[in-house]
Design a protein around this ligand. Structure first.
Ligand SMILES: *[C@@H]1O[C@H](CO)[C@@H](O)[C@H](O)[C@H]1NC(C)=O
Ligand SMILES: *[C@@H]1O[C@H](CO)[C@@H](O)[C@H](O)[C@H]1NC(C)=O
Ligand SMILES: *[C@@H]1O[C@H](CO)[C@@H](O)[C@H](O)[C@H]1NC(C)=O
Ligand SMILES: *[C@@H]1O[C@H](CO)[C@@H](O)[C@H](O)[C@H]1NC(C)=O
Ligand SMILES: *[C@@H]1O[C@H](CO)[C@@H](O)[C@H](O)[C@H]1NC(C)=O
Ligand SMILES: *[C@@H]1O[C@H](CO)[C@@H](O)[C@H](O)[C@H]1NC(C)=O
Ligand SMILES: *[C@@H]1O[C@H](CO)[C@@H](O)[C@H](O)[C@H]1NC(C)=O
Ligand SMILES: *[C@@H]1O[C@H](CO)[C@@H](O)[C@H](O)[C@H]1NC(C)=O
Ligand SMILES: *[C@@H]1O[C@H](CO)[C@@H](O)[C@H](O)[C@H]1NC(C)=O
Ligand SMILES: *[C@@H]1O[C@H](CO)[C@@H](O)[C@H](O)[C@H]1NC(C)=O
Ligand SMILES: *[C@@H]1O[C@H](CO)[C@@H](O)[C@H](O)[C@H]1NC(C)=O
Ligand SMILES: *[C@@H]1O[C@H](CO)[C@@H](O)[C@H](O)[C@H]1NC(C)=O
Length: 579
């Protein structure tokens, strides 16, 4: 039952009315304000036979649910009680006019330092489904994450059968070692980071070791009911396949936008993405258990990533007779091969916006600015007095967009921009196209001339944008889940090999393409997206594979204010952290 979601600790709801200006002309939408308090503290947890101290919200791992309805305001006070700097990103929230609340460190805000606090204050506009929050600084998000559940407005129902129950399922990635040590070591040596030890379902790694048998997630269900699973991939570096033995799913939502429902028995979900899926339980007459399993999709070299399978349980509760089937004797659902690239293309092609009169697909039909960005890995020379462990001893790994590896500034870009102190912090000459052209998915040239910089693209308010993201095969082709902050976009086309600007655009879907905030750039291929730059601010765009962000696979857009007051970035809150 949906109502059972309203948290008992829910307090201080104030009723207020907001006018959404140009978005819904003349329509006043009532929403409530929902207050949350996030205390960031250390917590000891036992996983895989060892105890580890992790950074968590309110002593919970995964973190507590943020629950709201479409149209609500959410006010979350974050208090940092750990020795690390913290910021939190509300992944997928549009943040209309509230860029100060977006969260990526040194892009929209300076970090919340030890002992300090910051109030994130934003409304949820035009979105319903599942999103999530996570730390957005270094690799802190390894353990600091949780679900954002956005219910339809009051008196509105889902455009699908009303679920009996709703259950968030968050996939995560677990290292026995401290993840800050893992990433700092990789930065130092220039090597790939040590792979994780296991994946997790709602924080639990499953029975891969004898001692971890009690660390298995179990979804308890009744027969003959429809469950809404809110799937979130919070893993750092891995895209995942997910399956439950003998069951199928109906996909109804992607990244908090409704899709045309489609059936599948195997879900693919990249870091940053969410899916709402319906699971119809069988009409079983006795207690029965099935396994659920997730493991990566990857075209990277074997041994460079965690290829383990995380197991969970689907347990039917029908009567009081305990099923004695041991978890170890149940069949593991057969997942596609780890490198099943054709499965991914097929899966992505099935996704369509619901695109009805109530939830139209507002795909920009005329385009004012076209961009072509290459995305992929590369190398930097090893500093002279060091030994490096990149692809060769003379190099360190790095990653780039249009051959520019993004350097994080030491102050927040949005503050620098707003207070007109951008000089020396960033430049606005990010190129529209790669500076050197080559066969992106063929044999790369010896020197791809990667440079470093903090470069932005400036867009006037309301510009319609088409962006082709072209994967490269430098150091091997990989799928890159690209995430744009502050926007949803439409994924209008994709293909393998090099994008052809003559023959590919006629095949774009400009009618009902899927609307997302995170889309995979196919391994050795390209994806085309469209969006309207109607949200002023500075918006980060990056691969959501965390090691690729670390290596520089990131850039930012500067969207200027429009003429109306509803089209301007509001002034920063008084408690905005300082660097
Ligand atoms: C975690 O465990 C360590 C070692 O037992 C202990 O010193 C520390 O106080 C514990 N921390 C928390 C937050 O419980
Ligand atoms: C949140 O933002 C709204 C709109 O700017 C403002 O009215 C409200 O006072 C803010 N709330 C807090 C707790 O900062
Ligand atoms: C599993 O059992 C061990 C030993 O009793 C305990 O320390 C650990 O917290 C348990 N794990 C979970 C996830 O309950
Ligand atoms: C699961 O599927 C297999 C293969 O289709 C079938 O043999 C088996 O009976 C099914 N089990 C249940 C409990 O539905
Ligand atoms: C289960 O039973 C219900 C009602 O008895 C029926 O409507 C439904 O079609 C059945 N489902 C399956 C999968 O047989
Ligand atoms: C996982 O990777 C290791 C190391 O490359 C390899 O030996 C093993 O066969 C792989 N396992 C699976 C299930 O692919
Ligand atoms: C996938 O991996 C298998 C086993 O390593 C290999 O035989 C096969 O050629 C690979 N397929 C593709 C499409 O790369
Ligand atoms: C693609 O998906 C469709 C629909 O699910 C399925 O029928 C077809 O077999 C799939 N093709 C491949 C190559 O996986
Ligand atoms: C390497 O040289 C640079 C510049 O001379 C210096 O700043 C750095 O500390 C040196 N690093 C090591 C590991 O010696
Ligand atoms: C790289 O350096 C390591 C350790 O210094 C050494 O063992 C290895 O042989 C070197 N490899 C190459 C290709 O030079
Ligand atoms: C690019 O490289 C691919 C893979 O080697 C090759 O099939 C293709 O013909 C090349 N394209 C051009 C334009 O050279
Ligand atoms: C935290 O952030 C501040 C501001 O950028 C910086 O000066 C400080 O070194 C950081 N502290 C840690 C522990 O990273």
């Amino acid at each position: 039952m949906v109502m059972s979601y309203l948290p008992s600790c829910f307090f201080g709801a104030l009723l207020f009315v907001t006018f959404f200006g140009n978005l819904y002309p003349g329509v006043a939408l009532a929403g409530v304000t929902r207050h949350y308090m996030f205390n960031i503290r250390l917590k000891n947890v036992t996983r895989l036979c060892g105890t580890k101290s992790i950074i968590a919200v309110n002593g919970k791992f995964p973190g507590p649910r943020v629950l709201a309805r479409e149209g609500d305001r959410v006010v979350i006070k974050v208090v940092n009680r750990v020795s690390n700097n913290i910021t939190i990103h509300w992944h997928g929230i549009r943040q209309l006019q509230s860029g100060w609340a977006d969260g990526p460190a040194y892009i929209t805000q300076c970090p919340i330092q030890t002992g300090q606090s910051y109030v994130y204050n934003f409304t949820i506009t035009g979105q319903r489904g599942t999103l999530w929050y996570h730390a957005h600084i270094s690799w802190i998000r390894a353990t600091l994450y949780g679900p954002i559940i956005i219910l339809p407005k009051h008196n509105e129902s889902y455009p699908f059968v009303k679920p009996y129950k709703e259950v968030p399922i968050m996939f995560g990635e677990w290292w026995k070692a401290n993840t800050e040590t893992v990433i700092n070591q990789a930065i130092q040596t220039g090597a790939g980071p040590n792979s994780s030890d296991t994946f997790t379902i709602n924080g639990l790694p499953g029975p891969s070791l004898n001692c971890s048998a009690n660390e298995t997630y179990s979804l308890k269900v009744k027969p003959g009911k429809t469950y809404l699973l809110r799937l979130i991939n919070a893993a750092l570096n891995d895209e995942l396949f997910f399956k439950i033995t003998n069951h199928t799913f109906t996909i109804v939502d992607a990244d908090a936008s409704y899709v045309k429902p489609f059936e599948t028995d195997t879900i693919f979900i990249a870091p940053g993405q969410t899916h709402n899926v319906l699971l119809k339980t069988k009409n079983l007459t006795s207690n029965t258990k099935f396994l659920m399993a997730a493991r990566p999709y990857s075209t990277a070299a074997a041994g460079t990533f965690d290829n383990t399978t995380v197991i969970g349980l689907l347990e039917y509760h029908v009567d009081n007779i305990t099923s004695n089937s041991s978890i170890n004797t149940l069949p593991v659902p057969p997942l596609p091969p780890i490198n099943a690239t054709t499965y991914i293309a097929n899966w992505t092609n099935q996704q369509r916006s619901l695109g009805n009169s109530k939830f139209p697909a507002n795909v920009p039909q005329t385009i004012q600015r076209r961009f072509f960005f290459t995305v992929g890995l590369g190398t930097n020379p090893c500093p002279k007095n060091q030994t490096c462990q990149g692809p060769t001893n003379a190099t360190k790994f790095l990653a780039s967009v249009n051959n520019i590896s993004f350097i994080m500034p030491t102050t927040a870009l949005l503050q620098a921009y707003y207070f007109r102190r951008g000089n020396g912090v960033y430049t606005t000459d990010f190129p529209n196209n790669p500076l050197i052209q080559f066969n992106y998915t063929g044999t790369p040239p010896n020197n791809t001339q990667v440079t470093n910089g903090t470069k932005l693209v400036v867009l006037p308010f309301n510009t319609t944008v088409e962006l082709v993201l072209q994967g490269t095969s430098i150091l091997g082709a990989e799928n890159h889940p690209f995430h744009l902050h502050g926007y949803n976009f439409y994924a209008v086309g994709q293909g393998s090999g090099n994008f052809n600007s003559t023959t590919d655009p006629p095949n774009f879907n400009l009618v009902d393409p899927v609307e997302r905030n995170t889309v995979g750039v196919p391994s050795g291929g390209w994806v085309a997206i469209r969006f309207r730059a109607d949200n002023p601010g500075i918006w980060f765009m990056h691969c959501h594979i965390e090691i690729h962000i670390t290596w520089g696979l990131r850039m930012a857009w500067l969207v200027m204010d429009g003429k109306l007051s509803s089209q301007r970035l509001l002034p920063p809150p008084a408690d905005l952290p300082k660097c």
